[in-house]
Write a protein that binds this ligand. Structure first.
Ligand code: WTA
Length: 687
């Protein structure tokens, strides 16, 4: 594998032939210009968008050095625009109203719908008018907790159209996580749906939203409007429910009436059906012209302290960056059909399901379901049906599907594909090669895109018409991104070497602050290395200058592409009365990339049992969400701590995989605890 990992794969000829950037020479020229003359480079790109008023101040201005005062980043000072106008009105005005914006594909293959640019614009205006009529104004925060349906895109764009700020919470989060985010964002308006099928599982979104609203109320934040899409009425239920078989879904009894309609509990004080609200609204609504540095959205991401951070993006820079990365990283061409499998609740969905594609007038697939339901060829079936040419997914999905072998892929005609993207975690060369050879029939370009919620868009990525790829490497920086590797002391590593991955200057899409806590923004990203934005990831540069992201350096885990902090999970564990202390580490997992391995020290007189581990798993599911459920929980009579009390996590990581090669443990207050912990490893923990 290692030798194959070093093999070089040239861009597919069919891509390079028509590419926006078709050679390394062209890439280098453009890159150089973006660094040396950012104003000229981005100014040219900005001409493709509509600005109601032009830039009056500095095109870009910033401070990245905490020793020089406050950190700030500003792009396109003084200009006014509206991102919704640029996503929709601009294209409709150019005669593209009838073009399909989204092929919506439901959880059940029987459910599908086409949505044009003109349809979207009308629906967005109706919702924008309704929200305005309810007093939602510029700067107000609107929380969104929805499945992958067109109304989610409509909600984002309507909020942006009237200058409000969206805060989307992934539909897999628990009521507590949702309320935490609503409280932090001070959101008093929520948009949700009754429920959604995810595979054969029913997710009761409204019920969860109701609980979150209750929690907000207890903390004296009253939600005044809960707008609910009636989604269940329009979708096909899994057979296990419709045929009422003995092994039928238990939801059937509790959540459906005799006629098979989904039941919701209703609170007339705040609940309003989306279809009632929009019924009499006008399909025209002028956009509000916003300052380019006004906030567009916040999106919560895990922080190493456990409390999620509201990453805040502003309008102008994010618009330029999401659009430009979409255009170049996927080499988007007018006749493409593009399919990104990410949920809009994550940043990938924000930038590469909604904003990037719509800003480029693209036609995309919007998929509600999961890759393995009702069969493991679901992605491939969709690609064949819609003749998808550009496909973007996560390594964890690739590894899941790899397990079923090549047959489910080979059943379908995937010859329309030309670019395959990967995001969320380092992709192992084995998965890269399977993606390339089996899915792409060795006639595609692969783009392993490295980026973060904080970066707004791709920051290190191959360009599919230009970059010769090495499987497992995200290759080279995107335009405007000035990469450096630093050692622990902050000295720059030039040439070959490994260190902290940092960026020396702002690109347009970088976050502007942590909502409500600018100091945390400065401390998290800029304090460690004054003058640099610190990603928190490590990376290696090889002799050819390729960048290999090696993963998080901080106390962060990446489970199936979802970032979690160890502190977040630990604090959920210690909420249980039997747990005195807990330490959580990542353990490699063949499908998820990493999974959670938890050590728990019990309170006096408490016993470690299956019942306790089940309760702890439930605790984490309730506190964070099902995707954070630990795979392993082991008893820890003590934890390996230094004399100053710091848990030595690298030792725990070794124990988690059953590796006795601990390195130097002489700085531990009690080195004997390591062997004790080893003895307590659960049986399944063996590798
Ligand atoms: C990891 C997701 C290696 C990385 C867009 C980063 C990756 C974190 C890659 C951000 C990649 C994402 N190669 N690692 N191609 N893409 N990561 O905020 O650790 O959910 O810091 O944004 O995912 O996760 P986030």
């Amino acid at each position: 594998m290692a030798s194959e990992g070093c093999q070089i794969f040239n861009p597919a000829e069919k891509v390079a032939k028509i590419s926006h950037c078709s050679s390394m020479e062209q890439y280098k020229q453009m890159y150089e210009k973006s660094i040396k003359e950012p104003e000229a480079f981005w100014g040219e790109i900005a001409k493709d968008f509509y600005f109601e008023e032009a830039v009056t101040g500095k095109f870009v201005d910033y401070n990245f050095d905490t020793t020089n005062g406050k950190i700030f980043i500003r792009w396109l000072a003084g200009a006014k625009t509206n991102i919704c106008y640029n996503c929709l009105d601009r294209h409709v005005a150019a005669g593209k109203g009838d073009q399909v914006a989204f092929y919506w594909v439901g959880n059940d293959p029987a459910d599908a719908e086409e949505v044009t640019y003109a349809d979207l614009l009308k629906e967005v205006c109706r919702l924008a008018n309704y929200l305005k009529s309810k007093g939602v104004a510029k700067g107000d925060k609107v929380a969104i907790y929805m499945p992958m349906i067109k109304e989610l895109v409509v909600a984002m764009l309507a909020v942006a159209r009237i200058g409000a700020v969206h805060s989307i919470v992934f539909g897999g989060y628990s009521a507590e996580s949702l309320s935490d985010r609503m409280l932090d964002a001070e959101a008093r308006v929520l948009i949700t749906a009754d429920a959604v099928w995810r595979g054969a599982k029913l997710i009761h979104l409204k019920e969860i939203a109701d609980d979150a609203i209750k929690i907000c109320k207890e903390k004296e934040q009253n939600v005044r409007l809960n707008l609910v899409v009636q989604h269940m009425k329009n979708v096909t239920a899994p057979q296990s429910v419709t045929n009422g078989a003995a092994n039928g879904n238990p939801a059937k009894k509790t959540h459906f009436d005799d006629k098979g309609n989904y039941k919701v509990t209703w609170n007339p004080e705040v609940d309003v059906w989306w279809h009632d609200a929009l019924a009499y609204m006008s399909t025209e609504c002028p956009p509000l012209w916003m300052d380019t540095e006004d906030p567009l959205f916040m999106l919560y991401t895990s922080g190493s302290t456990g409390k999620p951070k509201g990453v805040l993006h502003t309008i102008g820079g994010y618009m330029l960056y999401s659009a430009t990365t979409f255009k170049y990283s996927f080499d988007y061409q007018p006749n493409d059909v593009y399919f990104c499998t990410a949920d809009i609740g994550w940043i990938t969905g924000h930038s590469y399901v909604t904003y990037g594609p719509l800003l480029n007038n693209a036609t995309s697939v919007l998929f509600e379901g999961v890759p393995t339901y009702p069969h493991t060829g679901r992605f491939w079936e969709i690609i064949e049906k819609y003749k998808v040419s550009k496909f973007y997914t996560a390594p964890t999905a690739i590894r899941t599907l790899m397990k079923f072998g090549d047959d489910p892929v080979k059943k379908y005609d995937l010859s329309s594909l030309s670019v395959l993207g990967s995001v969320g975690e380092p992709i192992n060369p084995e998965a890269w090669l399977w993606y390339y050879k089996v899915v792409g029939d060795s006639n595609v370009s692969i783009v392993d895109t490295f980026w973060q919620t904080e970066t707004g868009g791709h920051v290190i990525t191959p360009l599919p018409g230009a970059t010769p790829c090495k499987p497992g490497s995200a290759c080279f920086p995107f335009f405007g991104v000035d990469v450096a590797l630093l050692d622990e002391e902050g000295a720059e590593i030039k040439g070959e070497g490994e260190g902290y991955l940092v960026f020396r200057r702002p690109w347009p899409g970088i976050m502007r602050t942590v909502y409500g806590n600018h100091e945390r923004f400065e401390t998290t990203y800029f304090k460690k290395f004054p003058g640099f934005y610190c990603t928190g990831d490590g990376a290696r540069r090889d002799k050819d200058g390729y960048i290999w992201v090696t993963g998080r350096i901080d106390d962060m885990l990446n489970v199936s592409g979802h970032l979690l902090s160890t502190a977040q999970v630990e604090s959920a564990m210690v909420e249980h009365s039997s747990v005195a202390e807990s330490a959580v580490v990542a353990r490699p997992h063949t499908v998820k990339g990493e999974c959670l391995y938890c050590f728990v020290t019990l309170a006096e007189g408490c016993e470690f049992s299956d019942k306790l581990t089940a309760e702890l798993k439930n605790k984490v599911r309730g506190r964070i969400g099902p995707f954070a459920t630990p795979d392993f929980i082991q008893l820890a009579p003590g934890l390996p701590k230094t004399r100053s009390g710091k848990i030595m996590r690298r030792v725990l990581r070794k124990i988690a995989v059953g590796d006795r090669d601990f390195g130097d443990i002489s700085t531990l207050a009690d080195p004997s605890i390591v062997e004790v912990l080893f003895q307590h490893r659960p049986k399944e923990g063996k590798v």
